[in-house]
Design a protein. Structure first.
Length: 104
């Protein structure tokens, strides 16, 4: 099964937002809501797969938030839940125009 399918199956059970993600989502310059994170998980697309992540297999998903702003969500599917490791607004300085490819 592909990582995106695993993510969505895990998210249907429960979403656990890790402390780092809470800190990143609640920064005044970001303010990313759980609704936006859920939308990214359900409707977003896979940007990067991290099969060897020390936290367990994880991935980076690109989704759309309020006013269609791009949101990146890094998450790791577990048997009983989806762990949201972080969520942030990708910067144009680090990402190509479509926010799917890192700038070299």
């Amino acid at each position: 099964m592909n990582i995106l399918s695993l993510v969505r199956q895990s998210a249907e059970k429960r979403i656990l937002v890790l402390p780092h993600a809470v800190r990143q989502m609640s920064r005044p310059d970001r303010m990313i809501t759980m609704a936006e994170v859920r939308l990214a998980i359900v409707n977003g697309e896979l940007v990067e797969d991290y099969p060897e992540d020390v936290r367990g297999r994880s991935c980076l998903i690109l989704g759309q938030g309020e006013s269609n702003r791009p949101i990146h969500v890094v998450c790791s599917p577990k048997t009983e839940y989806l762990a949201v490791i972080t969520a942030y607004l990708p910067s144009e300085q680090e990402w190509e125009e479509n926010f799917k490819m890192r700038k070299l």
